[in-house]
Design a protein around this ligand. Structure first.
Ligand SMILES: Cc1cc2nc3c(=O)[nH]c(=O)nc-3n(C[C@H](O)[C@H](O)[C@H](O)COP(=O)(O)O)c2cc1C
Length: 150
């Protein structure tokens, strides 16, 4: 059993729906889960010693949604090296835009720079290809739930 903090970045609610479903699947797998739709640095600092699952859409031109941009900035400015952090990342986007899943990749790049360990591959979810994103994210989350048990 692991403790998982889900940190959500959303504009229109798609990423939040995915996160709520992920929460259910992780709990079913035996994990203890908390969902943050506007995560604070305080909650991040707790989960960096456990597991973080970042689920964010992309807005503007490859930008982070306002619900997660302040957390990203604080992690960047105040956390620094964090090799103890294990995390997963689900990036929502639309391949008709130039910076496909840009926000998810921006967050992933930062965490990689900070020495954090990504568990599993970054999952890109293309709204153009997947009108029902949970069909893609559900199996990924179930697999991730097993990976963090190891
Ligand atoms: C104004 C606007 C800008 C967007 N910009 C991007 C972008 O730069 N890159 C991308 O991959 N997707 C982009 N998208 C697509 C969204 O990320 C995608 O529709 C996602 O599923 C929305 O999730 P949300 O409801 O959680 O915000 C944009 C969507 C809108 C409406």
């Amino acid at each position: 059993m692991a403790q998982v903090g889900i940190f959500v970045g959303t504009v229109y609610g798609n990423a939040l729906l995915i996160a709520e479903e992920a929460e259910i699947l992780l709990v079913e797998a035996g994990h203890e889960v908390k969902l943050f739709d506007e995560g604070s640095l305080e909650s991040w600092q707790y989960y960096r010693h456990h597991f973080a699952l970042i689920i964010t859409s992309t807005t503007g031109q490859g930008n982070l949604p306002d619900s997660i941009a302040p957390l990203y900035q604080e992690v960047k400015d105040k956390v620094g090296y964090q090799p103890e952090l294990h995390y997963g990342l689900i990036a929502l986007g639309d391949s008709s835009y130039d910076h496909f899943c840009g926000a998810g990749h921006t967050f992933d790049d930062l965490l990689q720079e900070q020495g954090a360990v990504r568990v599993g591959e970054l999952l890109e979810v293309d709204a153009l290809q997947h009108p029902e994103p949970e069909l893609v994210t559900g199996p990924w989350v179930k697999k991730w739930a097993e990976l963090i048990k190891a």
